[in-house]
Design a protein around this ligand. Structure first.
Ligand code: NCD
Ligand code: ZN
Length: 344
């Protein structure tokens, strides 16, 4: 196939950061996505409606003139979040709240310590139709990093799902066969996002022949049996799995460090990389549902107007990008040649 045209897609999980990052990151996403669920893990995190509205305005100021892009804001769940916050969020048009277990990932220190103490808030979310977006990893230091997602499903998520059977939940950036099975077997109110890196790579791509910090993200890449389960999930065309890039920029010096940050900055190549994955799986006909339909349907939004066309054309992902603050950032798949390109 030489070209494919899909309904304009959305990105249901990403990180724009703030300040001088926005000119770079918002343009990269708005080149092909019409909407994106914006993660609230800034420092300090976005915990109130007012903070979310101010952040949204800063994002909107960074949208290029020729782009049509709508940032969908989220709030960061903390032990101080109340049902009143949820009601205010709903009134302000906020669709989803993000639950990071404390210590799970970048800027999650102020996150949730005991989810049970927030059950009244989850009940309000369920009543009000607000989605719970979950970073699904336990954080006890005695649990192996490769087991943290499966352990979270078994010990935390199961209980949440049983306690709130109507709560809409997105298990974000899933990485394991366990998660695929859990989501597949759950009711229609449970869905998951899948990133390009977890479809394309496994832990060998992180560790064999040297540590590759630009492939380091959380949840960490798993063994290839898990990668294959994720590929099968998207190739199946199930509407429970949809696109969330988890594009998560960090300056190069913060990734290439003795304690490197987690996160892949994939916004410039993500849609093209997904196309490559679906083509390799002989499932290009399933790309549109994954990228453009299922997320909108699950969140209860209208599907986008307009189309995006990808053509077969070799191009090279830049080796480095200079941020407006002058610092370099290494994009995901830097220097690699991709065979699909979004046609402007
Ligand atoms: C994200 C970040 O950098 O904010 N990092 C990552 O590896 N995915 C946080 C997150 O989504 O876990
Ligand atoms: Zn993320």
């Amino acid at each position: 196939m030489q070209s494919i045209t899909i309904q304009a897609p959305d990105d249901w999980h990403l990180h724009f950061r703030d300040g001088s990052f926005l000119i770079e990151t918002v343009a990269a996403t708005a080149r092909c996505f019409k909407r994106a669920i914006v993660m609230p893990n800034l420092t300090p995190p976005i915990t109130t409606v007012e903070m979310a509205q101010e952040y949204k305005n800063r994002i909107l100021q960074a949208v290029p003139d020729n782009a049509d892009f709508d940032p969908l804001m989220t709030l960061y769940l903390t032990n101080a979040t109340t049902s009143k916050t949820i009601i205010e969020a709903k009134e302000a048009g906020i669709k989803a709240i993000k639950y990071y277990p404390a210590g799970a990932t970048t800027n999650s220190d102020s996150a949730v310590k005991q989810i049970e103490s927030l059950y009244p808030v989850l009940q309000t979310m369920s009543d009000e139709g607000i989605l719970l977006l979950i970073h699904g990893e336990v954080t006890h230091h005695d649990v192996d990093i490769f087991d943290r997602e499966a352990m979270f499903i078994e010990t935390v998520l199961n209980k949440i799902v049983q306690s709130f059977p109507d709560l809409k939940i997105v298990l974000e950036h899933i990485t394991t066969k366990d998660a695929v099975e859990f989501v597949s077997q759950s009711g229609k109110n449970i869905a998951a996002t899948i990133t390009p890196q977890h479809l394309l790579l496994n832990r060998n791509d992180l560790l064999v022949g040297g540590i590759r910090p630009h492939n380091y993200c959380l949840p960490v890449l798993k063994r290839n049996t898990h990668q294959i389960a994720l590929q099968q999930a998207v190739a199946s065309g199930s509407s429970k799995f949809f696109l969330g890039t988890d594009s998560a920029p960090h300056e190069q010096y913060k990734k290439e460090s003795s304690c490197g940050c987690a996160g892949c900055y994939s916004a410039w190549s993500a849609l093209e990389l997904y196309a490559q994955v679906f083509e390799d799986l002989d499932a290009l006909d399933k790309l549109e549902g994954f990228a453009s339909f299922y997320g909108a349907d699950f969140y209860g939004f209208k599907r986008n107007e307009g189309k995006v066309r990808l053509i077969k054309e070799d191009w090279q992902v830049p080796k480095s990008i200079t941020l407006p603050n002058g610092n370099p950032i290494t994009p995901f798949f830097a220097g690699e040649t991709l065979s699909w390109k979004v046609k402007e």
